[in-house]
Design a protein around this ligand. Structure first.
Ligand code: NDP
Ligand code: ZN
Length: 349
């Protein structure tokens, strides 16, 4: 079969591979919609270390073509939403609060992490009953695909930020992940939502999702800007973009007793540091959390419930649409180039 991926770091192209083998609990899926993500480009450029002959892609809605003999809930022909994290549910770590780290750090991220991804004629999903979700009748596949990483990750940022009614929340970064964090923050009942970003279409959508104020990191220190708006700082800050310096800024703009919640992917060479005063000399009761996209069937079922009942419109994120399997290459290259008007591309196969 054919797939789009990387031969080695910075060397992408079409790869020929054997069709994946289905284990007794697993399923083989044929994609019907895929979406390139900044994490795919990050891996291509060596962000996760050396990778060779790997098919990229981790966001997909697809059709089941084969199931293992122990799979109970799915059959060939079912249209399913595939979480980008598909934990091994037999791992003890998965039975704890976070399912993203089954056999180690981010190990539930199996596409790209430990096997080929979804930009293929066929791809493999482990433990189908626990990891796949039927596409709800009322939800369009392009809306559903935005739940598997963008919404689950953005909403995880909100969960870790402990957002309460009337809170003032800063969302740093309004790419697709940050935009989902803005939407989730509003759903959790925040009062004021200050979004940080500059791209005009992202700014417009941030406002539609519930941002009450927009500030730009290009207009000077964002800590000063937030303090000017709020006097004492924010109850919570969600980091969904920026660099190592953003971490210190987030801690500085958070009130004593507040929460800093990171979903940004820092670079392997970054050092996260801050003056002791930023953290109230260690006594400010500021909670710092960072988390990876929760996966599995229950998580994505819950995200889809919010789409089915019109709580959030994820299709606002889609700025570019392609048709045809071969167009995966164009969509991926677009994601890599990141023109200013791009939020998310999708490819209908
Ligand atoms: P984008 O690159 O599309 O968006 C980044 C945002 O950060 C933009 O709004 C950008 O502003 C803003 N930004 C850039 N530099 C700064 C700065 N110095 N200070 C403040 N804001 C800044 O990213 P995505 O939305 O695709 O992803 C966001 C992050 O989440 C990435 O690091 C990604 O790897 C990570 N991620 C994490 C996952 C997880 O499970 N934890 C899963 C998926 C993604 P501008 O408007 O000017 O472009
Ligand atoms: Zn992704």
């Amino acid at each position: 079969m054919k797939g789009y991926g990387m031969f080695s770091i910075n060397n992408a192209g079409w790869i020929e591979k054997d069709r994946p083998v289905c284990g007794p609990l697993d399923a083989i899926i044929e994609p019907i919609v895929v979406a390139p993500c900044s994490s795919d480009t990050h891996v291509l450029h060596g962000g996760s270390g050396e990778k060779n002959n790997l098919i990229l892609g981790h966001e997909a809605v697809g059709k089941v073509t084969e199931t293992g003999n122990l799979v109970k809930n799915f059959k060939s022909g079912d249209i399913v939403v595939v979480p980008c994290c598909t934990p091994d549910w037999l791992s003890l770590n998965t039975q704890g609060e976070y399912n993203a780290h089954d056999e180690g750090l981010m190990a539930s991220f199996k596409f790209l992490g430990s096997k080929d991804g979804t930009f293929a004629e066929y791809f493999h999903v482990n433990q189908a009953d626990a990891n796949l979700v039927l596409l709800p009748e009322k939800v369009a596949p392009e809306a559903a695909i935005m739940t598997v990483d963008m919404m689950s990750t953005g909403f995880h940022g909100v969960e870790n930020a402990n957002v309460g009614f009337g809170d003032t929340v800063v969302v740093i970064g309004i790419g697709p992940v940050g935009l989902m964090a803005v939407a989730g923050t509003k759903l959790k009942g925040a009062g004021r939502i200050i979004a940080v970003g500059t791209r005009p279409n992202c700014v417009a959508i941030a406002k539609e999702y519930g941002a009450t104020d927009i500030i730009s990191y290009k207009d000077g220190d964002i800590v000063n800007q937030v303090l000017e708006l709020t006097k004492e700082g924010a109850d919570s800050v969600i980091i969904a973009g920026g660099n190592a310096e953003t971490f210190r800024q987030a801690v500085d703009m958070t009130k004593p007793g507040g929460y800093i919640s990171n979903v940004n992917f820092f670079d392997i060479t970054d050092t996260l540091s801050m003056p002791a005063y930023s953290w109230g000399l260690g006594m400010a009761n500021k909670t710092i959390r960072g988390g990876f996209c929760p996966g599995g069937a229950l998580r994505i079922h819950k995200m889809l419930e919010m789409l089915e009942h019109d709580r959030v419109d994820t299709t606002k994120l889609i700025t570019h649409t392609f048709r045809g399997f071969d167009k995966i290459e164009d969509a991926f290259k677009l994601m890599d180039e990141k023109p200013g008007d791009l939020i998310k591309p999708v490819v209908f196969i």
